[in-house]
Design a protein. Sequence first.
Length: 316
Amino acid sequence: MRKLIFVMRKGIRLGAVWIGLGIVSLGLYACDQGGKSKVQNSDTTDDSIPAIKDSLVTVQDSITNVDSLQKDTIAKTEEDKPFKSAKDTTVLLTDTVSPRYIYLTFDDGPLNGSQYLDSIATAKGIKINTFLIGHHDKMSKKLHSYTERYKNNPLVDCYNHSFWHAHDKYTVFYSNPQAAFEDFEHAEQSLGLEHKIVRLPGRNIWYIGDRKKVDLKTGGTTAELLHQNGYKVIGWDCEWKINGVTGKPDLSVNQLYTQMKNLLRKGTSYTKNNVVLLTHDNMYQTKKGQRLLSDLIDSLKQHPNYHFEFVRNYPR
């Protein structure tokens, strides 16, 4: 009995489904005959509807993909496009036109390492500047021979870095400006220097013409005395430190080269278009130190408007 009831119910459900499908078919036929259907092709069947939906989805996906591609392309273009301000462009153009002057200066000679600087200047064909200490020249015949090599090389200029180098007690040394001034005079006579150009030990002080820059007050009065007696006082714009034993530098060649180039391009050195580099003779005792200096010179020589110059011609 239960099986009979189940079969009857199933039959009723199937019948209802077929009746519903028939009604839908009649409705579609009526719409088609009356010209009111939105589907214009009378051969369209239910089987084609999923295909139309799939086509719409495909088209929509294509639109979405194209839109995404355009957005990605725009984003990539904006990301890759280098930004240059008007100021940067001006500086770049100026950098390729204006002459720029490099002053390589080496302090504390003669020392072991001075002979290699003399050789590098000759090999590279560039002008360099040495600030000598009178006492070092008198310490040995070998060191004195390095002074003579400098003086006999037309690519090397020799200047005054005092006789005693303040005994490395700078505050005490400059506390007596007259005695300090006389120390420089003694060095000039002892070394037989031609140019009245000095660099103060332990002080980055400039005094050229009417322009003056003092880093520490102790030393300012000595610089004043030197200036009044016809001396040009030279400081520096950047410094390179290299360990004289290991040859390890505090800045890589590229870092120092970039620093010097930026000073020239931005006009932020003490005098625009002129940059003075400070290093020391004993930093070039090792082959590594000598190679670093050679690499720096080669980097700077890539610029046709960079010129290595003597300090006696500063500023250009």
